[in-house]
Design a protein around this ligand. Structure first.
Ligand SMILES: [Mg+2]
Length: 125
């Protein structure tokens, strides 16, 4: 089912369903082992990282606000996100719940009064 971009953006559940339909229409599930999905996720994350290679922090920040870099970032972020959805689906993880739980866990690990303005790891706070 094609995505109508004029409508409200799809939910994560709808995106996952579209991905599954895309995959199954091509009979690609046979290639999507959990191991290879995780590998692909990391390859896409590396493509995202590659965009920063040989650039200073400030030069990259500036470049990222403009085309064509903004479009390249958009595409690589989407690749990472879509593989993450496939990893979650394949392993039966509710990615919404997992992300919400992680935010809560991080709030406990990094209480505001101890961590505000610090980059110190939680076990050293
Ligand atoms: Mg890519």
């Amino acid at each position: 089912m094609p995505i109508d971009m004029k409508k409200t953006p799809p939910t994560v559940t709808e995106l996952t369903q579209q991905l599954i339909e895309f995959r199954d229409a091509r009979d690609w599930r046979q290639f999507h082992s959990l191991k290879d999905l995780i590998l692909s996720l990391n390859l896409e994350a590396s493509e995202l990282l590659e965009l920063t290679q040989w650039k200073s922090e400030q030069a990259f920040e500036d470049e990222a606000k403009q085309e064509p870099m903004q479009q390249r970032l958009r595409e690589e972020c989407a690749d990472v996100f879509l593989y993450l959805l496939l990893v979650a689906e394949r392993s039966g993880i509710d990615i919404y719940a997992a992300a919400a739980e992680k935010i809560q866990a991080n709030a406990v690990k990094y209480p505001v009064e101890k961590s505000r303005g610090k980059s110190t790891k939680y076990n050293k706070l």
